[in-house]
Design a protein around this ligand. Structure first.
Ligand code: IFM
Length: 441
């Protein structure tokens, strides 16, 4: 194997997906609390206010991390826990919670990799227009600056925003919080959230924080089902809309002519200023790639009625973890990226994961998936590609946004009644994999 001891092996989570704790100690509501209160928005009527209760069980979770042998933990700060109204006075109890988490992690030799925005905008800011409001960049910059001043001396890795596409899903498509369904709003919101990321980078440099800062974008590359011009055009359009919009701006120089023309003709072009691009052109220290799968798309023929996406196209669902390396190289080459890359998320969603008669959850499909993904990372290292870490999504089964608690990504099973955590077979597998690297690397 090509992994060395200093490679970061981690697991990833996000505040809204695991912390729970209701509104204890002054946490302000987020757009996901408000969205979950609307009937029918989240599978099974699930709410993020319970999640995995990591707010009170952090020590248990830390023990799981130590037992797994990871050397980095990717987590996020709940904006509303530290700034209940989104801006203004800090909530000291919220700040103390994160201070304790970071200190304990560092004490255990586990480097915190901290995301500032993993989708849980304070509801108080949504009431002022949320990400559609141009002021969102100032709100975010204030929050980021406050966090850098509190934790900039200790946290080694920072991420401004996780997967900016979620903002579009929330404002353009309505499947995520806050649930607006308006393409022009969606485009403005996704433009603004990227501007905010740039403002966060600027605040980071100004604060003198000593760690590194990057951005996380998920890549779901499309391939055309056939070489018909329709299928090729569809794959291109899907790529432009679903990930290139973000990578072109955050890893390149700005939006493509294709997407700007398309939005112009649709009448959904966002309002943009030169200053927005100045901010996103500020250098970052690393790129975090979230990789789950590649997709095959084709224009639906009349006879084809299946396909869970509806509309006029068809997506072939099959996991391709082995494509991780190919996609990472493709992104690096497309933008001539010469900054380090981290695989900030990769994982497998299981359904109906119940213990067998031996008491174990035999999630062999997940193991096969992770094994292939890690082999792909190993090959990258063998080719001398600068990939420095791999974070599995996720430490434990958690609140999977609109899919509620039914979609299970954890290495560890969470009993949502008792909050008991139980290792699945994949957790033992990952532990042994890391151990092997640490003994050999
Ligand atoms: O759970 C999410 C995470 O919040 C962002 N990336 C994808 C994961 C699995 O859907």
């Amino acid at each position: 194997m090509n992994f060395k001891k200093d490679f970061l092996f981690g697991v990833a989570t996000a505040a809204a997906q695991i912390e729970g704790g209701g509104f204890a100690d002054g946490r302000g509501a987020s757009i996901w609390d408000a969205f979950a209160d609307k009937p029918g928005k989240i599978k099974g009527g699930a709410k993020p206010s319970a999640a995995c209760q990591s707010y009170t069980m952090f020590d248990d979770d830390l023990k799981q991390m130590k037992d797994l042998g990871i050397n980095s933990y990717r987590m996020s700060i709940s904006w509303g826990r530290v700034l209940p109204k989104g801006t203004g006075a800090l909530n000291q109890k919220g700040v103390d919670y994160y201070k304790r988490c970071f200190d304990k992690l560092l004490e255990a030799g586990i480097a915190p990799n901290v995301t500032l925005y993993h989708w849980d905008l304070p509801q108080a800011l949504e009431e002022k227009g949320g990400w559609v409001n141009r002021d969102s960049q100032y709100w975010f910059s204030e929050y980021a600056d406050k966090m850098f001043r509190e934790f900039g001396g200790t946290v080694p890795y920072w991420v401004t925003i996780n997967e900016p596409i979620a903002t579009y899903v929330g404002y353009g498509l309505g499947f995520f919080a806050p649930g607006h369904k308006d393409k022009a709003w969606g485009n403005q919101a996704r433009h603004n959230v990227m501007t905010a990321s740039g403002a966060g980078v600027e605040a980071f440099r100004a604060s003198g924080a000593k760690g590194k800062i990057g951005v996380v974008i998920d890549i779901w590359k499309r391939f055309p089902r056939t070489d018909s011009p329709e299928d090729i055009a569809l794959a291109k359009d899907e790529d432009e809309e679903n990930w290139k919009f973000y990578t072109d701006r955050l890893l390149g120089q700005g939006y493509s002519k294709y997407i700007l023309d398309k939005f112009y003709h649709e009448g959904t072009l966002p309002i943009m200023y030169d200053e927005d691009f100045r901010l996103t052109n500020l250098p970052i220290d690393f790129y975090g790639m979230n990789y789950y799968n590649t997709l095959t798309v084709g224009v639906r023929k009349q006879a084809e009625t299946s396909g869970e996406n509806g509309g006029n196209f068809y997506i072939q669902h099959q996991s391709h973890p082995e494509n991780l390396g190919k996609i990472l190289k493709f992104i690096k080459a497309s933008y001539k990226l010469n900054i380090p890359v981290y695989v900030t998320e990769n994982g497998f969603s299981g359904k109906n994961e119940t213990p067998a008669s031996d008491g174990m959850i035999h999630d062999d499909e997940r193991i096969a998936y992770i094994d292939k993904a890690l082999k792909s990372v190993d090959e990258l290292l063998g080719e001398g590609i600068d990939v420095r870490g791999y974070y599995l999504w996720s430490l434990m089964d958690n609140f999977e946004w609109s899919a509620g608690y039914e979609s299970k990504y954890g290495l560890i099973h969470t009993n949502f009644e008792t909050m008991e955590r139980t290792w699945k077979k994949s957790a033992y597998w990952y532990r042994d994999f890391i151990l092997k690297v640490m003994n050999e690397g």
